[in-house]
Write a protein that binds this ligand. Structure first.
Ligand code: IMP
Length: 422
């Protein structure tokens, strides 16, 4: 099996967790390469719902090795909460999870700074999980990494120095109460004690896996439109959320990714601020939200909903080099007639089929739609592509043509079995 990267082609929440879960059985290793507990991957196994924020969803398949790569920012409290919850629900957690010693740690001051910044002007609508400030520290070379948990005395010293500096920022810039260094040291030394057995050299481990020709699945979080470089900057997350993030976020060479599968929803959603040309502020938007259960898995926030945007997805398909696409939530469109797709943008009297780099330009474009006949049938019981109504099959073919990449897998419900191959 060729090493595969599964990546979101929209603004996240495309249903990657379910696709990873469905494909993980064919792989030996599942690796997260970016993001942190801002992500929320929902997987339903035998009617039981699992929401994972940090641990790769491959953990739900027995016998898979899961790795949290160096590109991930790790909130230790969240990680422990997840491992405890999985153990409590009977999932095997014994030597099958490794956290990179190079991954950066999220601290309470990161979360506080994230929330304070969001309370001011120019808010992004972040998840408030400290993601931006943690990556800021990483780039500023003052971050603290998981490997540093292994030397308690030095770890405590590093935390104290950082809390002292952040307290100056908190009090002077935000007029906030300083944080207690003692409290944070105590809390994090406790986490270190428990996480110690999970921390290791993920670069060496993945190199070893490659030598042994193990099949590796790289699990993207968020979506390529939230990529810090190629997304709708500044309304993005702070990591490389497109397929290009794999190498920097794990230490495998770029050529280790042999195949890319993009995941896209049959319509479009976004959480937080930022331009969204095909957004629907009407009953259809409300219907998509209710029927698609479009509320954040991490924050519970209602997601903004709209029509599928082929201009945006063509951009991310090219960016990620998607060899094929998995289409999710097709069942949610039942009863909506016609179904529309944004195929071009109109900007200042001109039409364009190019996705602009500047968020302000994107905010000014008007989407130009093509309409497709809807269908009335419930799709959730369909178990093959041929069982889908003709109009749903035509819609899938239209998306295939519009994004220029074969739609290989179609999801028509939350259950593992509601996944059709085409
Ligand atoms: P942050 O990643 O918390 O800094 O948030 C930055 C932007 O990315 C905000 O618009 C968030 O709503 C969005 N975001 C972050 N993680 C996810 C996700 O997993 N799904 C969807 N949107 C996300």
């Amino acid at each position: 099996m060729a090493n595969l990267c599964i990546v979101g082609l929209q603004w996240g929440d495309e249903g990657k967790g379910k696709i990873v879960d469905a494909l993980a059985k064919d792989f030996d290793v599942v690796v997260r390469y970016q993001g942190g507990s801002n992500a929320g991957h929902t997987v339903i196994v035998d009617g039981e719902k699992f929401v994972l924020h940090l641990i790769p969803s491959g953990i739900l398949r027995e016998g898979k090795l899961c790795v949290i790569g160096n590109g991930v920012v790790v909130d230790p409290a969240q990680l422990l909460e997840e491992t405890d919850a999985l153990v409590a629900r009977g999932i095997q957690m014994d030597g099958n999870l490794l956290v990179s010693d190079r991954a950066h740690i999220v601290f309470p001051y990161h979360k506080l700074l994230d929330q304070l910044k969001e309370a001011g002007e120019g808010r992004i609508g972040t998840t408030g999980r400290g993601i931006g400030p943690c990556y800021t520290d990483k780039a500023a070379r003052v971050g603290i990494r998981m490997g540093e948990m292994l030397d308690a005395a030095r770890f405590a010293e590093r935390i104290r120095a950082n809390v002292e500096e952040k307290n100056r920022l908190l009090t002077a810039l935000y007029d906030a109460e300083p944080l207690s260094a003692d409290g944070i040291v105590k809390e994090y030394l406790g986490y270190a004690e428990r996480l110690r057995p999970l921390i290791g050299d993920a670069v060496a481990l993945l190199a070893q896996c490659r030598r042994e020709e193990k099949a590796i699945l790289f699990e993207g979080a968020q979506g390529a439109l939230l990529d810090v470089d190629f997304g709708t900057y500044p309304y993005v997350t702070s990591s490389s959320a497109s397929a290009g993030g794999v190498s920097g976020g794990t230490g495998v060479p770029p050529k280790a990714v042999e195949r890319v599968l993009g995941v896209m929803k049959a319509y479009c959603t976004r959480v937080g601020e930022g331009p969204f040309p095909s957004e629907l502020a009407d009953d259809v938007g409300n219907l998509l939200r209710t029927r698609g259960a479009e509320f954040g898995a991490t924050t519970g926030r209602p997601r903004r909903c709209g029509w599928f945007d082929a201009v945006a997805v063509r951009h991310t398909v090219a960016l990620c080099g998607a060899d094929a696409v998995a289409l999710t939530k097709l069942d949610v469109l039942t009863g909506i007639d016609p179904v529309r797709v944004a195929v071009r943008y109109r900007c200042g009297g001109e039409t364009a089929d190019h996705f602009p780099a500047d968020a302000r330009t994107l905010a000014d474009v008007e989407a130009v739609y093509e309409s497709f006949p809807g269908w009335e049938e419930d799709l959730s019981a369909c178990r093959s592509f041929e069982e889908l109504p003709a109009a749903a099959r035509s819609y899938v073919q239209a998306l295939d043509d519009l994004v220029g990449t074969p739609v290989e897998t179609i999801s028509v419900g939350g259950d593992r079995r509601a996944t059709l191959r085409r």
